[in-house]
Design a protein around this ligand. Structure first.
Ligand code: SF4
Ligand code: SF4
Length: 301
C-alpha cells in the first residue's frame, strides 16, 4: 500500500517522530530506566477469537466494507460500494472506512486477487506498547480495542502499527480520536459474529477461535497444495495476529509486510518505550508541541 498516499499522515508522522526523538533524548539525559509495557500473558485466554480471510475465495464485491460501515454507523463512501474504479488505487483504512478491499494483478494468478485490509488484532500489539497513556487493550475475547477517552492524540500508535491500520479522525479536532476495526467486539460478546464475516456472500471470511482457525487454514493448505502458498499469514508475523490469511500467491505480492519479526514487535520497542516516563514528566511541553505541530499542519493542509 502507498503509505505516502495520505499526505497529512506523512507530515504528522514526521512531527511525532520529532517529538519522540526529543522525549527519547531527554530520557537519556535524565538517565530514566527503560519501562517497557509488559507483554500480555495470553495463555489464560486460549479461546480468544480470530478471523481467517481466504484470499482465494474473495471476489472483491466489497459487501464486507458495506456491512462494516452499517455496523459502525459510518457514512456512505465517496465511491459507491458497487463502483469498481475504486480499485484503481490502493487504499488504507480511514476514519470513515475501517476496512477496505484492494485489488492486485498478481504474478501466477490468472485472475485479480482481492485483499481485505483492517486492523489485524495482533496477539501482542505494538500500538498498545507505543501508546503512552495505554489507550489500547488486548481483550480476552481477542479484539484489540482503543479507548478514545484517554487518548490525547499523539498518534504514536499509528507510527508503531506494522500494518498501518489505525486511522485518525481529522474531523474531531477538539476531541482527538484514532479509529480502527474493533472486530465487532460488542457483537462477539453478545454471542454474534463480526459484520464482515456475516455478510461475505462467498464465505471468504471465517470467524472463530484463533487456534481453530489455524487448524482450518493448515488443513486447507494440506488438502489443496496447488491452490495455496504454504503460509498462514499472521500465524507468526509480529508475534502472531488475530486476523489470519490464506493466499494463492506469495503474500509480498499483495503488499503484506514480509520483513516482520516472529517475535512481538513489543520486544523490540524497549528503547522507544524508555521515553514513556518522560512523556509524563514533560507532559505540558510535549502536549504543547503536539498541538502546535498539528495546528501548523492543519492550517497548511
Ligand atoms: S494491526 Fe496495528 S492497530 Fe491493529 S492491533 Fe496490530 S498494531 Fe494494533
Ligand atoms: S464480502 Fe467477501 S467476497 Fe466480498 S469483498 Fe469482502 S471478503 Fe471479498
Amino acid at each position: 500500500m502507498d503509505r505516502k498516499g495520505d499526505g497529512k499522515m506523512e507530515l504528522k508522522r514526521r512531527d511525532f517522530l520529532r517529538v519522540a526523538a526529543l522525549a527519547a533524548g531527554g530520557a537519556a539525559f535524565l538517565g530514566r530506566p527503560a519501562d517497557a509495557l509488559a507483554s500480555p500473558d495470553l495463555s489464560g485466554w486460549p479461546d480468544r477469537a480470530g478471523m481467517l480471510t481466504d484470499l482465494t475465495e474473495c471476489v472483491g464485491c466489497r459487501t464486507c466494507e458495506s456491512a462494516c460501515n452499517a455496523a459502525n454507523g459510518l457514512p456512505a463512501p465517496d465511491v459507491p460500494f458497487d463502483e469498481k474504479s475504486v480499485f484503481d488505487r490502493k487504499r488504507r483504512p480511514t476514519a470513515s472506512a475501517y476496512t477496505v478491499v484492494n485489488r492486485y494483478e498478481a504474478k501466477g494468478s490468472a485472475n485479480p486477487v482481492y485483499r481485505k485490509v483492517q486492523c489485524n488484532h495482533c496477539e501482542e500489539p505494538s500500538c498498545a506498547a507505543a501508546c503512552p497513556v495505554r489507550a489500547y487493550t488486548k481483550t480476552p475475547e481477542g479484539p484489540v480495542l482503543y479507548d478514545k477517552d484517554v487518548c490525547f492524540g499523539c498518534r504514536y500508535c499509528m507510527v508503531a502499527c506494522p500494518f498501518y491500520a489505525p486511522a485518525y479522525d481529522y474531523e474531531s479536532a477538539l476531541e482527538p480520536r484514532v479509529v480502527k476495526c474493533t472486530m465487532c467486539h460488542g457483537r462477539i460478546r453478545a454471542g454474534g459474529i463480526p459484520a464482515c464475516a456475516g455478510s461475505c456472500p462467498v464465505g471468504a471470511i471465517t470467524f472463530g477461535k484463533r487456534k481453530e482457525l489455524l487448524k482450518i487454514a493448515r488443513d486447507r493448505i494440506r488438502r489443496f497444495p496447488d491452490r495455496y502458498v504454504e503460509q498462514v499469514y499472521g500465524e507468526y508475523e509480529a508475534g502472531g495476529t488475530g486476523w489470519l490469511y490464506l493466499s494463492g500467491v506469495p503474500f509480498p505480492q499483495l503488499d503484506f509486510p514480509d520483513n516482520l519479526p516472529k517475535k512481538p514487535i513489543v520486544e523490540n520497542t524497549k528503547g522507544f518505550l524508555s521515553a514513556v516516563p518522560l512523556v509524563f514528566t514533560l507532559w505540558p511541553a510535549l502536549l504543547g508541541l503536539c498541538y502546535a505541530a498539528n495546528g501548523n499542519k492543519e492550517e497548511k493542509g
